[in-house]
Design a protein. Structure first.
Length: 235
């Protein structure tokens, strides 16, 4: 019964097309039976969040999909539960992927949790058909969250320059030569996909080129500034 509730919650959040669901009831049951992470958050007897993860190489838990009611602290509580679960099993880190263009997710992952992106993955899942991502390339950042070390906040240097700016809602590339640079993301890429898909695609390619290029060069993301910019520093 619980697996069906988690599946229904995920479907309500993403409105997946038939055959495109990231996890099925049967897979959740198999993962749970094999000792992997399948959890739900309840409020007054009603499921309000769920998360599914599996063991990965090098003492790692990969969090495959997590969904929760927005703006009520449920997602944060789920991640803290996940971290405690991983620590009890002797794991060192948790990884997951997220869309680098979604500001609230970047702020949540980097500023609130203290996770750090370690790899840019262009079109990781191909073109997706769910209601949130429909028609867009599925670029993802692979985030890594230490289970053993407490997260640290890294505010940007006063000498930071803007490598990608938001000017009138459109991306404008700047200099990447400074030791610390800021990379902007759009205010609401999900709305842009519906109202102005051309601008949404321009943001996708601009962030892929600038942020993806910086990570490929060996630079590191150290934070998310002002709920708007990735902070990227030379290693």
């Amino acid at each position: 019964m619980e697996f069906e509730q988690v599946y229904a919650l995920f479907s309500d959040i993403w409105h997946f097309e038939p055959g495109s669901q990231p996890v099925t009831v049967e897979l959740m049951r198999a993962l749970s039976h094999a000792g992997n992470y399948v959890a739900g958050a309840y409020e007054d007897g009603r499921l309000v969040g769920g998360s599914v993860g599996f063991f990965a190489a090098d003492r790692c838990l990969h969090s495959h999909v997590t969904g929760a009611t927005i703006g009520r602290g449920i997602g944060f509580a789920l991640k803290q539960h996940q971290r405690g679960w991983a620590a009890e099993r002797g794991l060192d880190r948790i990884t997951w992927t997220y869309d680098p263009l979604v500001r609230r997710n970047a702020h949540f992952n980097l500023a609130k949790l203290g996770a750090r992106p370690v790899e840019y993955l262009p079109s990781f899942y191909g073109v997706m058909d769910d209601a949130i991502n429909q028609g867009d390339d599925s670029d993802r950042l692979l985030a890594e969250w230490s289970v053993r070390q407490e997260p640290q906040s890294c505010p940007p240097s006063v000498d930071a320059v803007v490598a990608l700016a938001d000017e009138g809602g459109r991306p404008v590339a700047g200099s990447v030569d400074a030791a610390t640079v800021l990379v902007a993301v759009p205010a609401d890429v999900e709305g842009l996909r519906r109202s102005d898909p051309g601008t949404a695609k321009a943001w996708r390619h601009a962030v892929r080129d600038v942020l993806g290029g910086l990570l490929a060069e060996g630079r590191v993301v150290t934070g998310f500034y002002d709920k708007s910019y990735y902070v990227v520093e030379k290693a």
